[in-house]
Design a protein around this ligand. Structure first.
Ligand code: PLP
Length: 426
């Protein structure tokens, strides 16, 4: 039997043959003593090098308004950088805050502010409620879920589909349960599925009736500009849609240049209704007199315009698109038709989401680790790291060199087939 036949259609004897072959392949793999890593959704050194022009900027210490960027002040961030990202994100510059280097920190701040102080449209702090629950599309971003459990916020999951979260499921949940105060959403090239929220889904999410009057959509657009194809899909304009729907304060938008310039020294952005921006800045101002405007100014100079950012993103694409193509090539060649794996073909973002035979993901990850290939821990794309079907594996091909992606993915496919045949021979 060829591994390209659905393994589940084979006779017991044929499965045993495939199992024996994969066992031999796995032993050969271990003998190679690989040391490869597909866990890290971070830019490669070559990508970071694209932004080294920043290291000799800014060329001046004054921003456009004449303010000395070395000094205190300017809590909302410098206007010239907000304007560039306003153009890219389709949001008015005065509704954007440019902050420090991490949008995740802004998300944490927003959640802490909501818990301790309450929403701009809320009656009391969320912490005063008996229970707070968040809707989490899965698979999703592990750090979103960690933040919730850290704050004692309960989770309820819905499936992430190709066009965004299962919006019928979301609407049903939020309609009746006032403890459901919000949801996470990575709207464009989601981590890890690559899903893109369509205009229709976005419209329903901002207009659906919610039992909680201060329901929030934390719209984490971390990969808004990170296209892998010429399609360059535009994100839905969630703030305008929400305003039209009469729920202007529902979305809080996040983005950053972590995977545009430097992951450790970029600029993060928050956006929302004017009231949301004032609410956020009011709380932020208790702990900060102003952001790193010098870094903001050098970013504004480095890009010059929104088109400067677009051209820069094309350079990233040139580096990473071949890695994603290689992941898909190896998966297709080795697992296509086997019936024990399906995977995403993202048009952007940083991840491929691989689903293996239910009940075998943790075994695949264990086998790969023993063969010297590090994969993201099983279940990490689910709240409490619990994948109820034990089938999802997040692959992150951007960091390793292309030459490492091939052997790493070949090893993964061997482990997927070995774990599947172990299970089927049970
Ligand atoms: N949001 C998502 C969906 C991510 O995947 C990541 C990083 O992997 C982040 C946020 C982190 O963003 P930042 O570096 O701006 O904190």
């Amino acid at each position: 039997p060829s591994p390209q036949q659905p393994l589940t259609d084979l006779s017991a004897a044929e499965v045993a043959q495939v199992h024996a072959r994969q066992t031999a392949a796995y032993d050969a793999l271990r003998a190679q003593g690989l040391g490869l890593d597909l866990t890290r959704g971070k830019p490669s050194t070559e990508q970071l090098d694209l932004s080294d022009g920043l290291l000799s900027l800014p060329s001046t210490t004054r921003d456009r308004s004449g303010a000395d960027v070395r000094n205190y002040g300017g809590l909302q961030g410098i206007a010239e950088l907000r304007e560039i990202f306003a153009d890219l994100l389709g949001i008015d510059a005065d509704r954007i805050v440019a902050g420090g280097s991490s949008s995740l920190t802004m998300m944490r701040d927003v959640l802490v502010d909501l818990m301790l102080k309450g929403a701009v449209d809320g009656e009391r702090p969320w912490a005063a409620e008996e229970k707070v629950t968040f809707v989490c599309p899965v698979p999703g971003y592990d750090r979103h879920f960690t933040l919730l459990s850290w704050l004692g916020i309960d989770t309820v999951t819905v499936p992430m589909l190709e066009d965004g979260p299962d919006v019928d499921a979301v609407a049903r949940l939020v309609a009746d349960d006032p403890s459901i105060k919000g949801m996470w959403l990575v709207p464009t090239y989601a981590n890890p599925t690559g899903s893109v929220v369509t205009q229709e889904v976005a419209e329903r999410l901002v207009s659906m009736p919610t039992a909680a009057p201060d329901f929030k959509i934390l719209w984490d657009n971390a990969y808004a500009l990170h296209h892998l194809t010429s399609a360059e899909t535009k994100s839905a304009d969630v703030l305008s849609l929400a305003a039209v729907a009469g729920n202007p304060h529902r979305p809080v938008v996040f983005a950053s240049t972590s995977k545009i310039t430097y992951a450790g020294a970029g600029v993060a952005f928050l956006a929302g209704s004017p009231e949301t921006v004032a609410w956020y800045l009011g709380h932020l101002g208790k702990g900060s007199i102003g952001p790193d405007k010098l870094n903001q100014l050098r970013h504004a100079e480095f890009f010059g315009s929104a088109d400067g950012v677009r051209a820069h993103m094309a350079e990233h694409r040139r580096i990473i698109a071949p890695k994603f193509a290689e992941v898909d090539r190896v998966l297709t060649e080795r697992l296509g038709g086997t019936g024990v794996a399906s995977w995403t073909r993202p048009e952007g973002g940083y991840f491929v989401s691989l689903d293996v035979l239910p009940g075998t993901a943790s075994r695949v990850i264990e086998l790969a680790a023993r063969a010297g290939v590090a994969l993201t821990p099983a279940g990490s794309a689910f709240p409490d790291s619990h994948d109820p079907d034990d089938q999802n594996i997040r692959l992150a091909p951007t960091f390793p060199p292309l030459a490492d992606v091939t052997p790493a993915m070949e090893a993964v496919t061997t482990c997927v087939l070995l774990a599947a045949t172990e299970k089927l021979t049970g």
